[in-house]
Design a protein around this ligand. Structure first.
Ligand code: PAF
Length: 283
């Protein structure tokens, strides 16, 4: 496994792979890798000749009162997990390498970056889009692998790639869950035992929403939202930030839950903010 720290070296390797007609799969991460990330790496390995994983905790996508300082860091553990599954290249730049003195460019994603999580995290998705645009230019992947758990992020990066004509394809893999349904997330590490149990309310609420639509024929978004919010309130450690039902393509709110709509939720469990979603699909 090759460890690369500079943009120039990464671009040389990307060019070399492309020159050799090798397809490049890319998994962008902020480290603290779990099975969700590793499943993306495995998929990339199956579908491409070479797989590159980036580990970069992007400071610009954290708000002033967010968890940048305490975001979990486990470089040794990450590298050993990636090496165990034969990752070809790990790109691990320092902040100054990605944002040299005087850096000032920012991608503006418009409305899709301002709804759902973007409403309480101003500038977050512009910062994500900017860093992913840079990473795509540096790694030069044929395919970029992302998890459905960050649904809004996947919609934003697809739009970024489409509208900037980037020569790559975004591949979204289903959310990986614990056996009880909790979506894997690096932030689950913040939960104590009691909060871990309480966090299950997210998945249960999503399954309730799905059941209301698919089995009980409730197709009015407002009603589904109300039932889900009332259900989340039954968990004393949970505080709903939003329950929203949106169009899976452009994240616009939908009045009626038609296919394919997606139910997205953000809930605070104690001090930890968790997100999850479910796509409403027929059959
Ligand atoms: O999902 C993440 O880990 C990050 O938002 C990403 C895509 C690596 C950009 O920093």
């Amino acid at each position: 496994m090759q460890l690369i720290k500079t943009v120039n070296d990464m671009q040389d390797v990307g060019r070399w792979f492309r020159g050799e007609c090798k397809t490049i799969g890319f998994v962008p991460t902020m480290g603290a890798l779990h099975e969700g990330h590793l499943s993306l790496v495995r998929r990339s390995k199956e579908e491409n000749d070479r797989t590159v994983v980036s580990i970069f905790i992007n400071p610009t996508q954290f708000g002033p009162n967010e968890d940048f300082e305490k975001y979990p860091r486990d470089i040794e553990g990450d590298l050993s997990k990636l090496s165990a599954i034969n990752t070809d290249v790990v790109f691990m730049p320092e902040t100054g390498e990605m944002y040299p003195e005087g850096f000032s460019v920012s991608v503006d994603m418009g409305a899709v970056g301002k709804v759902l999580c973007g409403a309480s995290r101003p500038g977050h998705f512009n910062a994500v889009a900017t860093v992913v645009a840079k990473l795509i230019n540096v790694v030069m992947p044929h395919r970029v692998y992302m998890g459905q758990k960050d649904f809004q992020q996947t919609v934003i990066i697809k739009k970024l790639v489409r509208e900037l004509n980037a020569d790559t394809k975004i591949v979204v893999s289903p959310t990986v869950r614990e056996t009880d349904g909790l979506a894997l997330s690096s932030r689950n590490m913040y939960l104590n035992e009691q909060e871990r149990k309480a966090a299950l309310i997210l998945y249960k609420a999503l399954k309730l929403g799905e059941e209301l639509v698919l089995s009980r024929g409730m197709d009015e978004s407002g009603l589904v939202k109300k039932e889900m919010e009332a259900f989340i309130k039954t968990e004393p450690l949970a505080k709903t930030e939003y329950v929203d039902i949106v169009d899976a393509y452009n994240l616009a709110p939908v009045q009626r839950v038609i296919f394919a709509a997606v139910i997205c939720i953000a809930v605070r469990i104690g001090k930890t903010r968790l997100i999850d979603n479910i796509i409403i699909e027929k059959g």
